[in-house]
Write a protein that binds this ligand. Structure first.
Ligand SMILES: [Fe+2]
Ligand SMILES: [Fe+2]
Length: 300
């Protein structure tokens, strides 16, 4: 997949993982993408890397635009392996690049890599890096979903690079929400948002509510949200934020899931009158046998 310009001189340079079906225990029947972004400014800047297995692809995408040795800054929004594990491959080509990362992120990459020769700056919410015409402003999002997590906001482009938040596990040749909705369906996209939220972010609803409030109070103008998985929200960035606000508040359609397991089917027999009772009350109901259902499906 070639790079895609998402804003003037800002490119998606990530990789599509069509084949992954088990994402650390989370079933991903539709694969995923590892998104990272190249800011082609006076100081060439890479925001995030990709999963190690896909390092060659992102480096090839970058090389399509610029010699990777020209990279001056690398922002690491999140140190989990699907985003930071090819950092050493990038640094081998751009050894003088400055790395921007949270304090907690630094503690982790020091365990993964020999960082002794790397030029690393730790950043907090509100810190900025000027790359030329663009500014990268950092917003820490601790426990969304790891202690180190942060986002990078580009005010001149009204672009929020949101790291894992607002992502979806969808491998797709389309890069934007409006393209995906045309080729597949809008419902499929929203289902992927719910599935991802349920499995990655659901325990952190209170923190998400507070973070959405903080984004509002900071008055960040956002007309594009570029997450590190799945499609980029170009047409409806506000819609996905509304969806998160609703899910964080526990809003849901009225429905019941009866999740059970059974040795000799006795418990299974019990599920049927319960299911009938719920159905008779006019409520949608699903019966899920846990041992025959992937955990991530039951969680959703
Ligand atoms: Fe993550
Ligand atoms: Fe991720």
């Amino acid at each position: 997949m070639k790079p895609t310009e998402i804003k003037p001189d800002i490119y998606w340079v990530g990789a599509i993982d069509w084949a992954v079906r088990d994402f650390h225990g989370y079933v991903t029947p539709k694969g995923t993408t590892y998104n990272n972004y190249l800011v082609m400014d006076e100081e060439v800047t890479l925001v995030d890397t990709v999963k190690y297995d896909f390092a060659a692809r992102t480096l090839k995408n970058i090389a399509n635009i610029v010699d990777p040795a020209q990279i001056k800054n690398v922002v690491i929004n999140h140190v989990e392996n699907d985003h930071a594990s090819s950092l050493d491959r990038v640094m081998a080509l751009a050894p003088d690049a400055r790395i921007f990362i949270t304090e907690r992120g630094l503690q982790v990459i020091e365990r993964f890599f020999d960082t002794s020769s790397w030029n690393i700056t730790t950043v907090k919410t509100g810190d900025e890096v000027k790359t030329g015409k663009y500014t990268l402003r950092f917003l820490e999002t601790p426990m969304l979903h790891w202690p180190d997590s942060m986002m990078t906001y580009v005010p001149e482009a009204k672009l929020l690079i949101s790291q894992d938040a607002f992502g979806q596990h969808l491998a797709t040749s389309t890069r934007f929400d409006d393209e995906f909705s045309r080729c597949a369906s809008h419902a499929e996209l929203e289902e992927a948002v719910v599935d991802y939220y349920a499995n990655i972010l659901m325990p952190f609803g209170r923190l998400i509510k507070a973070k959405l409030r903080e984004i509002e109070e900071l008055g960040l103008e956002i007309d594009m949200i570029a997450p590190d998985h799945g499609i980029i929200w170009r047409a409806e960035p506000q819609r996905v934020m509304q969806m998160y606000a609703g899910m964080a508040a526990g809003a849901a359609d009225l429905s019941v899931a009866i999740i059970y397991d059974t040795m000799w089917h006795s418990t299974e027999v019990m599920t049927q009158p319960i299911m009938e009772g719920v159905k008779d009350a006019g409520v949608d109901v699903k019966v899920i046998k846990l041992r025959d259902t992937p955990m991530s499906v039951a969680i959703t």
